[in-house]
Write a protein that binds this ligand. Structure first.
Ligand code: HOZ
Length: 424
């Protein structure tokens, strides 16, 4: 079956034909393609097309798709079985690797997705502080648990449901939503909710409303405010952990959060999440403490083996400067084309994450991200797709690069992006 036939069948069986909303292409128009295989920087569709992929399975594929080392690690683990329901040696190796690169993490618990990681970290922060309210920032997306689907980015924003139906108003009331990059708003929220805020959770560099970086000193202010008010600081580094530096944004910005959520790269392309941090907080988890969290497939041997191989490759290759150079090349090509054509464009970037916003306004929060012209983005997306370059199918998602993009892939992508912008 080709993509059209598969999508027709999928729509009869799966809501919207997809198992995660942003894949449905609703905001860019047209129907999604189905992927048959993926190697390096390329996806091969069910229609036999080869596409240069700037989604990288939404972050995990930092070494490119189907890397031989990761494949071999999964194959070796498979010889011993797929799931044990007991502790296994891989979990200890994974914990050692994470703790080595994230000095803020003294203890870590594995789970199965980023959503589980953030949901559990919040429960833990509430259990530790014995407080109920949390602070999150408009446009930050931390997975799809109830208290976090308030002013959420990613697919929730893309499809017009940043405050999801099905979240009880009483739950949402416990979530205080603030604009990102606004220090005064943080101080005001702590003053208005004195002694009630369990934690601040944020993507330190946002990847889910497009890519946005903090103003100088902003994250330092967040850290200080949490300390001063006895609130737990949770960095959601599901996207940025091991992607922008081995130790994530906290290494780049030299900030020590209390808890960190991880996922994506640490699973090497298999389903994984993790949350960890100060031992004093982590030891509140069952079986040591009163905060409950569990999972049949947590620490799954195949996922651990894939993740360990992915992290070991990062340790060996230290590819961050190379990835940064690739991303800069694309952003520079896009900005140059936009300037020639007289189209306003912003291209915030750090390492292998960036976004193109079609707006004249510097993008530093959700409100400014929403000034980006979504219709222009949709045209641009479709022109690039027709020319063999697959971008995130939403104006409000980050692009991701892999080491496999180096060479011909990046040159071809720059050509397509340049001509795509010139055609708008
Ligand atoms: N929420 C993910 C992007 N921020 C998309 C996941 C997917 O569709 O695979």
């Amino acid at each position: 079956m080709n993509s059209e036939q598969l999508f027709a069948r999928a729509q009869q069986l799966i809501p919207g034909g997809v198992n995660s909303p942003v894949r449905a292409f609703r905001s860019v128009g047209g129907a999604p393609f189905f992927t048959k295989s993926a190697h390096g920087a390329t996806l091969t569709t069910a229609d036999g097309r080869e596409l240069i992929d700037f989604v990288c399975t939404w972050g995990p594929a930092i070494h490119g798709h189907n890397h031989p080392r990761i494949k071999a690690a999964i194959a070796a683990a498979l010889e011993n079985g797929t799931s044990f329901g007991t502790p296994n040696p891989y979990e200890v190796q994974m914990a050692e690797l994470i703790v080595k690169f994230f000095p803020s993490i003294q203890k870590i618990r594995m789970c199965n997705s980023g959503t589980e990681a953030t949901m559990s970290a919040i429960r833990l922060a509430r259990g530790f502080t014995r407080r109920d309210k949390i602070i999150k920032f408009a446009g930050c997306y931390h997975g799809h648990s109830d208290s976090l689907l308030v002013a959420a980015g990613s697919g929730a924003l893309t499809h017009g449901n940043p405050d999801s139906a099905g979240v009880p108003a009483s739950f949402a009331r416990e979530t205080v939503v603030l604009p990102y990059n606004d220090t005064a708003a943080i101080d005001a929220a702590f003053a208005a909710n004195s002694g009630q805020i369990a934690c601040i959770i944020l993507e330190p560099y946002i990847g889910n409303v497009g890519f946005i970086k903090p103003d100088a000193g902003y994250l330092q202010h967040v850290r200080k405010a949490c300390t001063a008010n006895g609130a737990v600081l949770i960095f959601d580094e599901v996207m940025t952990g091991f992607r922008l530096a081995r130790g994530g944004v906290q290494e780049i910005e030299k900030i020590t959060p209390d808890l960190t959520c991880l996922g994506k790269i640490i699973g090497g392309g298999l389903p994984v999440g993790a949350f960890g941090g100060r031992a004093e907080i982590m030891d509140q988890l069952a079986p040591l403490g009163p905060v409950y969290q569990a999972g049949t497939l947590s620490g799954n041997p195949l996922a651990m083996a894939a993740g360990i191989a992915s992290l070991q490759l990062l340790e060996e290759l230290n590819p961050y400067a190379k990835l940064d150079a690739l991303a800069r090349k694309i952003c520079a090509a896009a900005l140059a084309a936009a300037k020639t054509k007289g189209i306003p464009l912003q291209a915030p970037q750090a390492g292998s994450m960036f976004s193109l916003f079609f707006t004249a306004m510097p993008v530093r929060d959700m409100a400014s991200a929403l000034t980006s012209d979504a219709k222009i983005f949709a045209n641009f997306f479709n022109v690039c797709l027709a020319a063999g370059v697959y971008l995130p199918p939403s104006a409000y998602e980050s692009w991701f690069l892999s080491t496999a993009h180096a060479g011909a892939g990046i040159d071809r992508a720059c050509e397509v992006i340049t001509s795509g912008i010139q055609s708008l």
